[in-house]
Design a protein around this ligand. Structure first.
Ligand code: SAH
Length: 366
């Protein structure tokens, strides 16, 4: 266990080589007699210059471009099927098809100024079945490869470039549990961060987890400046158990102990997410208990207004009650913010990603 060195370029070529029928990057390079500098050119064109495809890489000989295209080398492993923009045009949701036909969603949020956040998926579906989350209710299909995760960001980076903008932040808060697909997620982080490629600083990346204790410990040892967010949602097992089955594997005490170890090892702040469910976890008692757990630590609480999901049995806490809850945390000196929800009109807000758009609808909106 511990820090693993991940080479972004090798990861990218490995994933793409496998996609077009080679065992790995080396076999791929051999087949086309590609020298290292050629590999660098291709990698840079795809991930730094964000070119559309290999045909657009004019620094490569024409025959080589044709050969690579013929063989099926593309610059994206995910194909956008439906792209929807919210009424206020600040939120864009992409539904992507993977090569095997599975689908995932990712969301771009354009904030005031030039700040942008892209929320990406790490798995098709999710195995953790949180009762308030649409993805969780639909079950688990498969892990994404590092490149499939990265290419969601690549898509929105290209979209933003047409408006003269860039991605400034990436959050692993889309479909799936990032720490349940740990290695691919760490490789995707390396791809996002690579100075020879995409070049997004670690501090601009946030990984959100349902609370897998062993992975939190492993992540602490990576030595990355990547932010960690924990989906806590309740201050005790009794409440957490009722809607987060993962609590039976790692209880609240074990989870918070792992967070303390993480802070001790990394000296980095932990962000706690807390979705406000009326009559479930939003009582004054919960607020006081949460305040006790958070008080005096390098912790930050983010209260999330509940977003309706198709068969969710929950109702969201009213806004004024959310602010009352926040006031109790505030009084205890706990840094607290209330998340501003974006994209509800296109089911792009937290917990609403499901990728269940019908094939007919795809054809209609294309
Ligand atoms: N599996 C990871 C990342 C995906 S969820 C995790 O559990 O953290 C990203 C965030 O959205 C989590 O905090 C999650 O609890 C929250 N969320 C899920 N469903 C929601 C809903 N219906 N309304 C508001 N937030 C929700």
């Amino acid at each position: 266990m511990g820090a693993v060195k991940r080479d972004a370029q090798t990861t990218w070529f490995n994933d793409n080589a496998r996609r077009i029928g080679f065992a790995d990057a080396d076999e791929f390079a051999l087949a086309f007699a590609l020298k290292p500098y050629r590999l660098k050119q291709i990698y840079r064109a795809a991930n730094k210059e964000l070119l559309e495809n290999v045909e657009a890489v004019t620094t490569l000989p024409k025959e080589l471009r044709a050969e690579l295209t013929e063989r099926g080398l593309t610059f994206s492993s995910v194909e956008p099927i439906v792209v929807q923009r919210s009424h206020d045009e600040k939120t864009t949701k992409g539904l992507f098809r993977l090569r095997d036909g599975n689908e995932v969603e990712a969301v771009l949020m354009e904030h005031k100024g030039d700040r942008t956040t892209v929320c990406i998926s790490s798995q098709a579906g999710c195995a953790f079945a949180c009762a308030f989350c649409s993805t969780g209710q639909a079950g688990f299909t498969r892990n994404l490869e590092a490149t499939e995760i990265f290419d969601q960001a690549r898509f929105f980076a290209r979209d933003l470039a047409t408006r003269g903008k860039k991605i400034t932040n990436i959050v692993f808060m889309g479909m799936g549990e990032p720490f349940h697909n740990y290695d691919a997620v760490m490789s995707a982080v390396a791809l996002l961060n690579d100075a020879h490629g995409f070049g997004l600083g670690h501090r601009h990346i946030t990984i959100s987890t349902v609370g897998l204790v062993d992975r939190i410990d492993q992540f602490a040892l990576e030595g990355l400046q990547v932010n960690l967010a924990i989906s806590l949602h309740a201050p005790n097992d009794e409440v957490r158990n009722t809607f987060m089955p993962v609590t039976r594997r790692y209880n609240t005490e074990q989870l918070l102990a792992a967070c303390e170890r993480y802070v001790a090892t990394t000296r980095r702040k932990v962000f706690f997410e807390y979705v406000m469910l009326a009559g479930v976890n939003d009582t004054g008692e919960c607020a006081h208990q949460l305040a006790e757990l958070m008080r005096g630590k390098l912790y930050h609480v983010n209260l999330i207004p509940y977003n309706a999901t198709p068969d969710g049995p929950f109702a969201g806490t009213a806004d004024d009650a959310i602010w009352q809850f926040a006031a109790i945390l505030d009084a205890a000196g706990v840094p607290t913010t209330v998340r501003h929800n974006m994209g509800r009109d296109i089911a792009a807000a937290c917990g609403q990603l499901r990728a269940d758009t019908q094939p007919k609808a795809h054809a209609a909106t294309k």
